[in-house]
Design a protein around this ligand. Structure first.
Ligand code: ZN
Length: 485
């Protein structure tokens, strides 16, 4: 081999992705196929070229003379992931990248656990591609167009065109002005594109963990979605958040986020597990809704008027900490009682938390607590239906019925109660019917036809009372016959 691979290194273009640059480089290397070119360049043909966290940057730096910092900061999505994760986590990821082993980096950023994965497509803007061809001679993949959840160009506000990623094949955007046009995107999609782009280039990280959750809570309180004691109205927030991002709800990553945990995990986890690392898109969806822009959020300071007394703040923080402890215990498989003991919250409160966060709660009767059993027995004694009780106590109808079988005296009492209520209802119904028809002088048969069910029930169960109130039986007149004129 008389040539050197660095001789074929193309100049990396402004905001070009590493994938796009490598594709051009591999094509230029004078070997029969791409696999051989890849082996020459980085010693392997099995690397994932379009990965968000590439594992081949050290080799590229060695041949191109570029620094790994400039490659990372200007040509990869890695700076986007710097935000909303622990500083030490991001530091470890940078170390992984610098040694070419990013296999565990995805889990460190919770990209695997959160199941928010890479987009299945590579995207380009027709207007940007046209400009690139005119100015650079080629169209290439722009880093800003590949940002997670972004479906429009942040410069032109046009829908991005998508090309399916193919492993082992170097995909390019069209290299000619093909006349493809695109539609103007809605403002919400454009906003997310701008926010994501700002996040990519924003060197100052957001506060991480609980302080970020508190920032959200303060803003939620300001717009009436959190109480004076900073309790978040989760259902209201969830509905409002979905409605706000509805125009891009079909965007695969946005859809994934809103459907996590059967639609109950987001945005609750941002508060209850605030110390975890989250995909930046989750935070961007919150920030866009609450603050309208990344800049406003960064400059937001908690308004003095809406903050409660210091003691209230401490109480809120303490309450949040307790809830976190309880959820952590439940996640570790602890029972409601154990989680209650660890966190200092009541068992009922822990149960509410568990149900709200979709943790499995064994609702069999045997697991109902004494206080709940007592409430159910009282409700049964009052004659309430088992369905109504089950709904009120958030347990199964079967559990209530099982409890009923343990109290045969209740069964008898409930039957008597039901009978009395039915009798009172039937009597009232009949009296009302008679009163309304008093002037019409209806016969017994006509009344029977009018309130058939009630009449039948009273005839069977309360005959004496019924006969005492029926209209007087008319004497049947056989002669002279009735005539109609
Ligand atoms: Zn564009």
């Amino acid at each position: 081999m008389t040539w050197n691979v660095r001789d074929f290194c193309p100049e990396i273009l402004p905001k070009e992705t590493v994938y796009s640059w490598v594709a051009r480089w591999l094509e230029a290397i004078p070997v029969p196929n791409i696999d051989e070119a890849a082996t020459v360049l980085i010693g392997s043909s099995s690397k994932q070229w379009d990965a968000s966290l590439p594992s081949f940057l050290p080799e590229l730096c060695a041949f191109s003379g570029m620094t790994i910092e400039s490659l990372i900061n200007q040509h990869t999505l890695i700076p986007y992931y710097r935000h909303f994760c622990r500083p030490e986590t991001f530091k470890n990821i940078l170390i992984d990248i610098s040694v070419g082993d990013t296999s565990s980096s995805y889990s460190k950023l919770s990209l695997v656990a959160g199941r928010v994965i890479d987009s299945p497509t590579l995207n380009y803007c027709p207007e940007c591609a046209k400009k690139d061809i005119q100015e650079m001679g080629i169209a290439y993949w722009h880093i800003e167009h590949q940002l997670p959840g972004v479906s429009v160009c942040n410069h032109h506000s046009l829908h991005l065109h998508r090309v399916k990623r193919q492993r082992g094949v170097l995909v390019k955007p069209p290299q000619f002005e093909c006349g493809i046009t695109s539609h103007k995107a809605n403002h919400v999609a454009h906003k997310l594109a701008i926010m994501s782009s700002v996040l990519l280039s924003e060197p100052i990280g957001f506060v991480h963990g609980e302080p970020m959750a508190q920032l959200y809570v303060a803003r939620l309180q300001e717009i009436g979605m959190a109480t004076g004691r900073h309790h978040i109205k989760q259902r209201l927030l969830s509905r409002a958040l979905r409605a706000y991002w509805q125009p891009i709800s079909k965007e695969p990553l946005v859809k994934q986020i809103f459907s996590l945990g059967n639609g109950t995990a987001f945005p609750q986890t941002l508060f209850y597990h605030s110390d975890n690392s989250f995909h930046p898109l989750k935070h961007l969806l919150m920030i866009g809704f609450l603050f309208d822009s990344v800049g406003t959020c960064l400059n937001y300071s908690r308004p003095q008027l809406t903050t409660e007394k210091e003691s209230d703040n401490q109480q809120t923080q303490s309450s949040l900490r307790k809830e976190k402890k309880a959820l952590a215990a439940l996640e570790g498989g602890s029972s409601l009682r154990a989680a209650s003991r660890v966190s200092g919250l009541s068992v009922i409160k822990v149960k509410q938390l568990a149900l709200a966060n979709k943790y499995y709660v064994d609702r069999r009767e045997s697991k109902l607590f004494a206080c709940e059993r007592l409430k159910i027995v009282q409700a049964l004694a009052e004659g309430k239906s088992t369905q109504t009780i089950a709904k009120a106590m958030t347990c199964s109808v079967g559990a209530v019925e099982q409890l009923l079988t343990q109290h045969p005296e209740l069964k008898l009492k409930r039957e008597k109660l039901r009978y009395r209520r039915k009798k009172a209802f039937a009597r009232a119904h009949l009296i009302m019917a008679i009163k309304s028809l008093e002037n019409n002088r209806l016969t017994r048969n006509e009344l029977k036809a009018l309130v058939g069910g009630t009449y039948a029930w009273l005839y069977k169960h309360d005959k004496e009372w019924l006969y005492a109130r029926l209209p007087t039986r008319r004497a049947y007149c056989y002669w002279p016959r009735k005539t109609f004129c």
